[in-house]
Design a protein around this ligand. Structure first.
Ligand SMILES: [Zn+2]
Length: 266
């Protein structure tokens, strides 16, 4: 089962809902001590949402999980498809490695994911699944909002994800797996506004390292972005900006590997 990387035009996905209409965008920011607005739709946020949702983690949960402001509707609106996504990953992992299934088949979404995976096995093909794709977009929005902050200040973005792709570990080469947690080189990238959380994740390798390895890789100074490990073997992500894009990579269960790119230009 391979070749299921897929681009998607998200035709059915009302992405504007999550970025809000133009008038909302400049308000979709974090302002300490003031009203918070939902990172997904721009409405007043009356809840705080963990990102990622706990369904992607296991107990005991890590302390200090990232949280973003969300309205009640958005906070609850994704949970079914998040469970479906988690279940699909687990059934696929179980099929490959006989791992335990932690999700309950009492839940309709879990049975739907099981059925969907069975169809994939039957046809020997995994195709892009919109329910999973939408959750990957949703997760990317909250990671970018939490880490980059600045990405939500400007009005001149289309808000559409330009690129959404995901694949699963059995369909990756060993090289791809080995490279999947590499630092992201950001020498040519745009730095987020000062004070963004992601600054904690930026490292600069100086030329001194070249003496150790006699490898010219570090002859020039290299700025890199490190991954945020939310919970070992369960969830990690990294976000970075370039001149036109917000880029987010995330890995669930060290099994689903995703990349979502948002275009900052109209
Ligand atoms: Zn909302």
């Amino acid at each position: 089962m391979c070749d299921h990387d897929a681009d998607q035009d998200n035709a059915d996905f009302n992405f504007n809902k999550f970025w809000g209409p133009d008038g909302y965008r400049s308000r979709v920011v974090f302002e300490r001590g003031s009203d918070m607005y939902c990172v997904y739709c721009g409405d007043v946020a009356d809840t705080r949402e963990h990102c990622p949702s706990k369904v992607f983690l296991s107990k005991p949960y890590p302390d200090d999980l990232p949280v973003v402001p969300a309205c009640q509707k958005c906070n609850n609106g994704f949970s079914k498809d998040e469970l479906y996504t988690k279940a699909f990953i687990e059934y696929y992992q179980n099929y490959c490695y006989y791992t335990t299934i932690s999700v309950s088949e009492k839940r309709k979404e879990v049975r739907e994911a099981k059925q969907k995976f069975a169809e994939c096995v039957e046809s020997n093909k995994i195709v892009y699944d919109e329910r999973i794709g939408e959750i990957l977009i949703k997760l990317s929005i909250c990671h970018a909002a939490y880490e980059l902050t600045e990405a939500y200040h400007e009005d001149d973005r289309s808000g559409m994800p330009e690129y959404v792709s995901y694949t699963f570990r059995p369909n990756m080469t060993q090289e791809e797996i080995d490279a999947s947690d590499d630092f992201i080189p950001i020498n040519d990238c745009v730095l987020p506004i000062i004070g963004s959380r992601v600054f904690n994740k930026i490292y600069v390798f100086g030329p001194a390292l070249s003496a150790v390895e006699s490898d010219d890789m570090f002859v020039t100074q290299q700025a890199v972005m490190d991954w945020t490990d939310v919970q070992d073997n369960h969830y990690r992500y990294v976000c970075w900006l370039d001149s036109q894009h917000i880029n987010v990579k995330l890995v669930i269960n060290e099994f689903l590997y995703a990349m979502v790119v948002f275009n900052l230009e109209q």
